[in-house]
Write a protein of this length. Structure first.
Length: 221
């Protein structure tokens, strides 16, 4: 029901947010003092899928997502699923929708720059999933195709197509002691498209450029 979305907007005082912004990774990536307004994203889709982060006492508190006709407003405590209270701002938060099937919420911790990704299925029978070693294009040194998301497991970088669900990876050749609260000590920059993964990374205390040709557009899941 369209009334569901309108009710949520009126009740929570939601404000629209546009992705973007830049930051200095040697200092706080963005303002850590107070999240004042609800961060809200709406998809260009007939059922108007939406995702919102509602603050409480200057910190992100409740995560909401739904669409017209779903019949339920899904919600969960952000601090509960992250196991910690992290500062964030709309300028360093993005959302990628796959119609009304699912949404990927991407954000970076304003204090450390650590990247997070939360997969939000709209079907209430499906559970959410969380990654806290994410390589988000929110960081100004990371250039990633808007349809793609990237993350690491210390020894590899993984790239996933958000609509197709296809996944590929590139190895770093060894496991690296990457601290994602200080990621640029090991991963300086990345450039990722559907055809190419490029990373400038520190291996055995030397900066190297690794590259791999891929084809995420033509691979079927």
């Amino acid at each position: 029901m369209r009334l569901l979305t309108l009710f949520c907007i009126g009740l929570l005082g939601l404000t629209h947010s546009h992705c973007g912004g830049s930051g200095n990774t040697s200092a706080p990536l963005c303002d850590t003092t107070c999240l004042k307004d609800t961060i809200r994203f709406v998809a260009d889709h007939p059922t108007v899928p939406m995702v919102a982060i509602v603050p409480n006492e200057c910190r992100p508190d409740t995560l909401l997502w739904s669409y017209d006709g779903l019949g339920v407003l899904r919600k969960i405590s952000l601090k509960f699923i992250l196991k910690k209270d992290i500062p964030l701002q709309a300028s360093h938060t993005r959302c990628i929708f796959d119609g009304n099937k699912k949404a990927w919420l991407l954000f970076n911790d304003c204090s450390t720059g650590r990247g997070y990704q939360i997969k939000l299925p709209f079907d209430k029978r499906e559970s959410i999933s969380i990654r806290n070693k994410s390589i988000n294009a929110i960081d100004p040194k990371f250039n990633i195709d808007p349809k793609l998301i990237a993350y690491t497991d210390q020894g590899n970088i993984f790239v996933e197509h958000t609509q197709k669900g296809t996944l590929t990876m590139m190895t770093f050749r060894e496991e690296l002691p990457i601290d994602h609260d200080h990621i640029h000590e090991y991963i300086d920059s990345v450039n990722i498209t559907s055809q190419r993964i490029w990373v400038r990374i520190k291996i055995q205390n030397k900066w190297e450029e690794l590259e791999k040709r891929i084809d995420l557009e033509s691979i079927d899941k």
